[in-house]
Design a protein around this ligand. Sequence first.
Ligand SMILES: [Zn+2]
Length: 429
Amino acid sequence: MIFTFHGGAQEVGRSCIELATETKRILFDAGLKITPNGTEYPKGLMDVANIDAVFISHAHLDHTGALPWLDFQGLKCPIFCTAETKTLARLLLKDAYHIGKIKNAHLSYDVENIQDVLRIMRRVKTKLDLDLDDLGFEFYNAGHIPGSASILLAFDDKGQKKSVLYTGDINTTETHLLKKADTDFDERVDVMITEATYGDRDHPARKKEEKRFRDEVQKHINRGNSILIPVFAVGRAQEVMLILSEMKLGVPIYVDGMARDATLFSLDNPGAIKDAKELRSTYRGCTEVRGRKQREAILKDNRQAIFLTTSGMLTGGPIISYLKKYHDTDRCAIFLTGYQATHTNGRLLMEENHVFLDGHKYNVRCCLNKFDFSAHSGCAELKELIRKVNPKHLIINHGDPKAIEHLALWAHALDYEVHTPKVGDSFEL
Ligand SMILES: [Zn+2]
């Protein structure tokens, strides 16, 4: 079997790994990477029309965003993913296209390519043995966002049965919203391709971090301040909502933009989350913001409130309108709840206390707080997972070089055959 890394190797973004078995050419994920210089697609992918299958782990753009581009390049094969991933991909791909059009970005595909992709996406149930001719596959809940999955393939290689596990983005810790990843794999794993987003860092204990979050929320509410909480739409928005609703704060909680759409999605797809009933009653206690007019009215009315909206890294979406109103007051706090990539407003805010709104630089006077509600396994959990799966070959991807190196050194010392490919690398196992 030959592995080729078209993206997501020694980096986070545009995940796309090709596996050629004796009879098939398949891809794990097809993501894109948004950089200050534009959009980066998977690199060096040839003969797209000859690919036999694409397996998608989850509906984040760094894992699905290149699907319309692949279709434009002539993709003809089925795309396998969970039902929730397909529904979310519809939402995200259309949103990305829309934002790309507004920003006048060169997208390298058209809206028809999104329609084509959605037509060839096949929904797969988790924990079900399936096959594509001589290639067996099974999806397992990955606990990262609703619908996320790890994928296990089984096939013959030189007369022997071999199996490859692709973790996708994985969280082996239960959260308010999601069950932890299912890591009871049915097969012995020969090759494990693991993510390493937090390959060199541990998360603070979840319960402790939630308490710190609640204490800070309460402190600002008691002072009469409003709170802006930029969130990732899928998963994080609902998680934060669930924590806030337990607090009975007595101020309105507004849910705006994709945070609202993704919550409605979760309620329509109750199987993808732990407790849909709880989320439903929580959401009833929040106020939906249904568009620009309502948002403007809310912003005019100076009432103390909590605003939960996208984008999580402050790069676009309704959060920009809220920032315009609140950046210059100490009567408002901003709570960051997730990873902030380089060159985003979120990172600038953390490191230099300013943001760019409509191209202009603004200093931010709000009190800033950062919380770690990560949807990825931390370093200790990743190590535990690798030991449990106990593969012969370990391929480490989806992480900064430092994170990958840390995990690789650890695994090497335990005698695993470790591979840390770069984008463009190809090798046979
Ligand atoms: Zn992800």
